[in-house]
Write a new protein. Structure first.
Length: 392
């Protein structure tokens, strides 16, 4: 029971409820304090964004040298293609579905928010794009020089950032979200939109199932095997992911269930399942793409243009590499591009973090279940390569 009440989802929900209730009764004097707290916490969170990128993307890339093999490039291409294609699919669904949700943006009827009582700015040490480029350069160069010293240094830096995330960032998130929802409730922009987000979460879960159907179908066609001979073993994997909300925690079950399939090669799954658990996040990408479009419509009155969403999706596929090591998953690792590419402010970020957390377990379940499909495709590739090498 204690673990339940200390879970991130419960704490975020508590923050949402507390913020909404406070916003309905708060007077102007109380809002001076709330707005100031929201700003300071937001500055702290966004200061850590470049550090998160450096701390997780660079070591994740450098760590791939432990899995160097003939199929590594194909595996990475499969994972990235699945995540990006899933994100483009979600964007298509968003452009088609969101206008029919009748999202209202009552901009002119909102109550004016008081100015900050106290303002403390904490500029990040570098821009998001600089952090991403530096992380890529560090990771790639670490693979090239094959230095255990550099590898250990990056791993240690990752552990430092992980501690900052778990002991600083995650604990302040409920208060940040409570402050944002208090502001939204006070100005009157959120109460009428709550039913919208229930519909959005259900649509996202349906998109997960559609994408899994596509992945397994294509993998089965390419490998020349019935994909149900893999999928039928993945029930425990899906349920474990829903319960733990962690690809890492599901890894043992995933390896065991993949080993039960008579069409997957063990030498492939021993390599692919751990790798895909760290680089294949199709479900999380689908969810985030659909959610950012909805949040943008709700708070800013417009869905991001197509060119912006395409840029966001292709970058999100890269940022998702860092997601397995960060509590809160893909959305936490990608806060940088949410801010820089989509132009979200603190209110948009808080709302995105909240609704993403509400379905995070289903996104993770889609991720790890999709790993079975990619492993089937990789098995087909390995079999074809071996057949090509057999002399006639």
């Amino acid at each position: 029971m204690k673990k339940f009440f200390t879970s991130t989802i419960v704490q975020l929900l508590a923050g949402v409820i507390a913020g909404i209730l406070l916003g309905t009764v708060a007077n102007e004097q109380a809002m001076y304090v709330v707005v100031s707290v929201k700003h300071i916490l937001g500055q702290l969170i966004f200061f850590m964004v470049p550090l998160i990128i450096l701390g997780f993307v660079a070591p994740s890339i450098a760590r791939l040298k432990n899995n160097v093999g003939g199929m590594l490039g194909i595996a990475l291409l499969l994972a990235y293609t699945s995540s990006v294609a899933g994100g483009l699919f979600a964007a298509f669904v968003g452009y088609e579905a969101i206008p029919f949700l009748h999202v209202d943006t009552a901009g002119s009827t909102l109550k004016e928010i008081p100015a900050m009582l106290f303002q403390l700015d904490i500029p990040p040490v570098m821009s998001v794009i600089s952090a991403l480029v530096l992380a890529l350069m560090l990771g790639i160069s670490a693979v090239w020089i094959r230095s255990s010293v550099v590898q250990d240094l990056l791993e240690s830096f990752q552990q430092m950032i992980l501690l900052l995330v778990t002991r600083v960032l995650i604990p302040v998130l409920p208060f940040f979200i409570a402050a944002n929802f208090c502001v939204l409730s006070y100005e009157g922009s959120i109460a009428s939109q709550l039913p919208i987000f229930v519909s959005v979460i259900l649509i996202a879960i349906v998109c997960h199932y559609i994408w899994l159907f596509v992945l397994y179908g294509l993998a089965g066609i390419y490998a020349g095997k019935n994909p149900l001979r893999v999928l039928k073993h993945y029930g425990p994997v899906y349920l474990t992911a829903v319960g733990t909300m962690s690809s890492a925690a599901t890894l043992g079950v995933a390896l065991q269930c993949a080993g039960k399939s008579d069409v997957l090669r063990k030498d492939v799954t021993d390599f692919s399942i751990p790798l895909f658990a760290n680089v294949h996040l199709c479900g999380s990408v689908i969810t985030e793409v659909f959610f950012v479009m909805t949040v943008s419509q709700v708070l800013y009155g417009v869905i991001p243009p197509l060119a912006t969403m395409i840029t966001f999706v292709f970058l999100l596929g890269i940022f998702a590499i860092a997601a397995p090591g960060v509590p809160g998953g893909t959305v936490m690792a990608s806060l940088g591009i949410v801010l820089s590419v989509l132009g979200f402010d603190e209110a948009g970020t808080a709302l995105l973090l909240t609704i993403f957390a509400l379905q995070d377990s289903f996104g993770t379940a889609c991720n790890v279940t999709g790993d079975g499909a990619l492993s089937l495709a990789l098995t087909g590739y390995a079999n074809k390569k071996e057949n090509d090498l057999i002399p006639e």
